[in-house]
Design a protein around this ligand. Structure first.
Ligand code: HEM
Ligand code: HEM
Length: 176
């Protein structure tokens, strides 16, 4: 339901669009480079580096989301349940952007006392017993993130090609 102070727009602001797609690229790099970072050499460093960048994108995206809260495009054709489902998945994706890198950082501390990614020494917490368990869940959570992102992407593509509405265009870079 559109509140009175919403600004009518069909596209996300550019800063939200570019930060969305940069996050997608970083998540894909983290996923494709996943394995055993302490044994995988440069690929392992890439995994840790790109994964930490995913988390740091929250520092950009959450303030943008707040700043542009009245500029988020509304889709009047969507049923209430579709709007709720999209919002729940978006919230879950934001949680994944925080929790998967955090669990990865704990997993790394389970494997090694020190780790550098492209010359940057990663401070590690080597003394938590419960946290140790959270680290063990990291590979499972990492796969769950990709499944959730896949469902979200499939819904966007379904809207574009089947319902032929403006959902995917709302997040697409502007073409002249
Ligand atoms: C979006 C971010 C991330 C995703 C999607 C992700 C995904 C994954 C996946 C799927 C695996 C399992 C690979 C396999 O079993 O073949 C894995 C392993 C691992 N990741 Fe990540 N990861 C992310 C971020 C991070 C970060 C930021 C760190 C460290 C700071 C990290 C450290 C590790 C470690 C140490 C393992 C090996 C765990 C083990 O063997 O038990 N990951 N990651
Ligand atoms: C790791 C992958 C992804 C993450 C973490 C992610 C996250 C998000 C989030 C949090 C939003 C809400 C808008 C915002 O706050 O910026 C969003 C919107 C959107 N995303 Fe993604 N996304 C991913 C992948 C994709 C892919 C692959 C597609 C397309 C094939 C896509 C299409 C869209 C579209 C069309 C919207 C706007 C529609 C809406 O408001 O629901 N996303 N995404």
């Amino acid at each position: 339901m559109m509140s009175k102070d919403m600004i009518m727009t069909t596209r996300y602001p550019n800063a939200m669009i570019y930060s969305h797609w940069l996050t997608v690229v970083l998540v894909l790099i983290a996923y494709l480079s996943s394995g055993h970072p302490t044994r995988d050499g440069l690929i392992g460093e890439l995994h840790v580096f790109s994964g930490l960048l995913v988390a740091s994108m929250l520092i950009v995206r959450l303030p943008l989301r707040f700043f542009y809260r009245r500029h988020i495009p509304q889709q009047p054709a969507l049923a209430d349940w579709q709007e709720k489902a999209a919002k729940s998945v978006q919230t879950a994706l934001y949680l994944c952007m925080a929790l998967i890198p955090l669990s990865g950082w704990l997993a790394l501390a389970n494997k090694t006392q020190q780790f550098s990614a492209f010359g940057v020494a990663i401070p590690l917490n080597n003394n938590g017993s419960l946290l140790h368990f959270v680290g063990e869940l990291h590979p499972f959570l990492g796969n769950l993130f990709l499944i959730l992102a896949g469902l979200h992407a499939a819904a966007a593509l379904l809207h574009h090609f089947y319902f032929k509405d403006g959902v995917l265009k709302s997040m697409s870079p502007h073409r002249k």
